[in-house]
Design a protein around this ligand. Structure first.
Ligand code: ATP
Length: 347
């Protein structure tokens, strides 16, 4: 009998609401053809939720996320939410006790990116660092942001990076490399602690090569020699920037998926934001969310379904007949999703 899962869906704001619908259609198509079954618990979170109920992550939403087998997030307009409205993504990450986000980027056949030589994963700490939201004014002319780095979150993130490296070593049959990114010459204490935690974890994985790189050098090398990188391990803000660099070098934000997996809970979201410039027009690329759904299926142990979804997405992209605007075409989100649904080859 097929397994059955409850997915807590937080569509959020902007294109988040549009692309999560596309992701659900793919899950429903799997169910309809004898695959796993999914129930959805759709919950409010984000800027419009704040406008409606005064908080961007209501308690009921976090409770539902914890009660579900996995959480699928669209995108949230965090920038518009004032401090008293809460931080929906930060609250979700802390509430679900996830500290690392895994963001793969690779060249895709048929999609011309700036390079054809990138296949890496950025593993980014997501609860602290420069985004710890601890800011204050010293006086009218001086603003301060506290960069928090803890051994616990750094160690968890490093463990996730090395686990990714082990998995990639097995999948690709070639040695893996973890590159820890820092600016320790300037941020001596915070990046000093981060690197110490990373080095401790590296010693637990003698089979994986390990190096460190300055953030500025790493950004330049990613552009000049992307093939060098395998797993990039970074604090919050550096990882945010480098995962967009990696996505840009591959095929853009429209294809960039991510997973935040902790010991008890996990949530899955495309790397992109709410894209206000195209929201409501029905033209967002749903592939990032559909590939995110594939990551969620793998987390749930549904590897076969995950393979089916990824093969369908990459097949449609390679075929090239149906493409959204970000990939140079003029297909709508619905047309792109329909093409993927028609390509699902369930055994
Ligand atoms: P955030 O700060 O929330 O990550 P952002 O400001 O980095 O958001 P995005 O909302 O991710 O920005 O959008 C950046 C650009 O990429 C915009 O021009 C947007 O239209 C485009 N974009 C993002 N996601 C998609 C998508 N799924 N399909 C097509 N274009 C997209």
């Amino acid at each position: 009998m097929a397994s059955s899962y409850t997915i807590c869906v937080l569509p959020g704001d902007g294109i988040g609401t549009e692309v999560t619908d596309c992701g659900r259609q793919v899950l429903d198509a799997l169910s309809g053809r004898g695959g796993p079954r999914f129930d959805y618990d759709v919950r409010p979170a984000g800027y419009y939720t704040f406008l409606g109920v005064g908080h961007s992550l209501p308690d009921g939403t976090l409770d539902a996320a914890k009660a579900a087998d996995a959480v699928l997030v669209g995108a949230m307009d965090v920038a518009q939410i004032p401090p008293h409205g809460g931080d929906p993504l930060g609250g979700l990450r802390i509430g679900l006790e996830v500290s690392a986000s895994v963001r793969p980027s690779r060249t895709i056949d048929g999609i011309a990116g700036p390079t054809n030589d990138i296949d890496c994963v950025v593993v980014r700490e997501v609860t602290e660092g420069l985004y710890s939201r601890d800011e204050y004014m010293g006086d009218d002319d001086a603003a301060y942001a506290v960069r928090v780095v803890t051994r616990k979150a750094s160690t968890n993130t490093a463990r996730m990076a090395f686990a990714q490296a082990m998995a990639r070593q097995e999948t690709y049959g070639r040695p893996s490399l973890v590159t820890a990114v820092h600016k320790v010459g300037v941020l001596k204490l915070s990046d000093g602690l981060f690197l110490e935690a990373c080095a401790d974890v590296a010693r637990e994985f003698p089979e994986i090569a390990y190096e460190t790189a300055n953030i500025d050098t790493c950004a330049m090398d990613m552009v000049r020699n992307p093939g060098h990188f395998d797993v990039i391990l970074a604090t919050n803000a550096f990882g945010d920037i480098l995962s967009d660099v990696a996505a840009g070098l591959a095929a853009g934000l429209g294809l960039a998926a991510s997973a935040c997996i902790g010991e008890r809970w996990a949530y899955f979201e495309p790397v992109h934001g709410t894209a206000p410039d195209i929201a409501g027009k029905g033209i967002a690329n749903p592939c990032a969310t559909i590939l995110t759904v594939a990551m969620m299926l793998r987390y749930l142990g549904e590897d076969e379904s995950a393979d089916v979804v990824e093969t369908a997405v990459y097949g449609v992209l390679e075929d090239g007949k149906i493409r959204t605007g970000d990939l140079g075409g003029n297909a709508t989100s619905t047309e792109m999703t329909d093409a993927i649904l028609s390509s699902l080859k369930i055994k």
